[in-house]
Design a protein around this ligand. Sequence first.
Ligand code: GCO
Ligand code: MG
Length: 407
Amino acid sequence: MKIKSADVVVTSPGRNFVSLRLETEDGVVGWGDATLNGRELAVVSYLRDHVNPLLIGRDAGPIEDTWQYLYRGAYWRRGPVTMAAVAAVDTALWDIKAKYANMPLYELLGGRSRRGLLSYGHASGGDLPQLFDSIDQHLDEGFRAVRIQTGVPGLGPVYGVAGDPGDQGPDGSAGVAPRPSEELWDTRAYLRHLPAVFEAVRAKYGPELLLLHDGHHRMTPTQAAQLGKRLEPYDLFWLEDCTPAENQEGLRLVRAHTTTPLALGETFNTIWDYKTLISEHLIDYVRSAVTHTGGITAMRKLVDFAAMHQIKAGMHGPTDVSPIGMAAALHLGLAIHNFGIQEFMPHSERTLTVFRTSYRFEDGLLHPGDRPGLGVELDLEAAAAFPYEAAYLPVNRLALDGTVHDW
Ligand code: GCO
Ligand code: MG
């Protein structure tokens, strides 16, 4: 079960994806996702120049040992580039192990804990009629939960709302190079506007529909506490990334003032980033992706730690997580007990001509499928038709005076 080859595949079928392909001497192939939106080539180099040479000739079996070897052995720990690279190796090794066992990965992780994974889609609109159309479309597709984002009166395009130049639609941000687009922001205008949006949505759709919102790190703890309080009557499933939370203790203030459930962590990359948030139960859902948090091995430890504090998994699933990373989340989410919800932004048809998936979405639930391993194979020939395109995520500035702001 020795690793014979380790290769990085970069492809841009509408947006950039970085994938790691490991092959054992007896021809078993494992795939890992190493996509770090807007900084893709840094991970490519980390893998190609520093990690892959260490993998050749190494036994594919001892996954924990390889994880520790790459994490501790580098001396320089943590960080999004390192952890995306470690994640890709770890995920590819789990894919290989499950293929050897001839089982879908979730079986190796303990077997299923549920029929499928509750998932939420992104409903958005510049104004209420557009938002309602988008919600209706998601309901028609079978979603039982929707994330609600809208434009803010007086502001231009807002990230996360359909039509925004830096939007996370299926074909995302590819092509916005050579410079990030810039958007203008006004937190007070946003705070005045958002409660009325949720009031209108609840009035139209009733109490059952699960509603989420992403604050995208734009508030201070005080502003987040105000928003959480004002949204309480609308019974949110969660309010996501209300602050950047690098200062984990800041969430104490938010928590003390609102019972709106909080989700956080899509930009975090280790369990340490959550230490205070989890041990003091300052959040309700962990948002990390397998892709950005060191793989299945590390994500499993994180969700087990969260479980001790009644905190659930709500793994990040935007289109910049590749279908390989999405499949990894689905296998893990199916197996663990403390699963909460899975974000699901379907990839474009073009992306799915490169990544051959076997996961499915039925009646609002996602299922990873029953093929051995992750159940996703990358078609190398199809991938080669879509070379890398430099692309950036947008940058946010305050409308008042142009100060760079969190986004
Ligand atoms: C989400 C996110 C994404 C991120 C994107 C950055 O909740 O899905 O906030 O839209 O902004 O993944 O690369
Ligand atoms: Mg988010």
